[in-house]
Write a protein that binds this ligand. Sequence first.
Ligand SMILES: C[S@@+](CC[C@H](N)C(=O)[O-])C[C@H]1O[C@@H](n2cnc3c(N)ncnc32)[C@H](O)[C@@H]1O
Length: 200
Amino acid sequence: MQELWNEKFSRDGFLYGTEVNSFIKENEDIFKKDFKVLCLGEGEGRNAIFLAKKGLHVEALDASDIGLKKLQKRSLEENVAITIRHTLLENWQPHGKYDVILSTYTHVDQNEQTDMFVKVLDGLKSGGFFIAEFFSIDQLHFESGGPKDIELLYDLGNLYQLFFNLPCTIYKLSQEIIELKEGKGHNGEASVIRIILKRN
Ligand SMILES: C[S@@+](CC[C@H](N)C(=O)[O-])C[C@H]1O[C@@H](n2cnc3c(N)ncnc32)[C@H](O)[C@@H]1O
């Protein structure tokens, strides 16, 4: 997995562009100045840079050292500070640290998705938010990007069941057809799941 992403991020430019993800941008009110935010599976850093510029304390976690190096280089050019955490999600142990955790298009195996969401909620302060956008299982019918392996996609019904059993309030959980314009990597009509949870 790390090799796959290192190879993708070794190419020139930014695979998903340099603009913040549009769902994160639409919900930027969640991200208050001085909040401590974690960007999970942040890759080349488009969300992290945007949030650091807004005055948040940003940490970016990813398995790809090449992606994180590009993020770091860009953060120096943009004159913002971002803490880099080069690790697998599976090795990350949070505990009530963050005001917000975000994730865009972190393709985690369905067997490991429950663990990821449990950890995310554990990583949030009480009242903290998780906001995310992932490809749904219906993305298999679209050609706009993302894995062609159903095991790496997200199922709306499973997520409902899971979140009802976790210590959170669901603010948003929807499957939507959207138009992606995110660098060379995500382009065209796509089926995504958009999530906003508040930690109880
Ligand atoms: C499709 S890219 C998305 C990058 C970024 N979130 C964005 O939207 O621009 C998926 C990212 O998730 C990271 N990733 C996937 N599985 C991971 C894992 N188990 N632990 C840490 N990072 C992971 C990859 O290294 C890659 O950077």
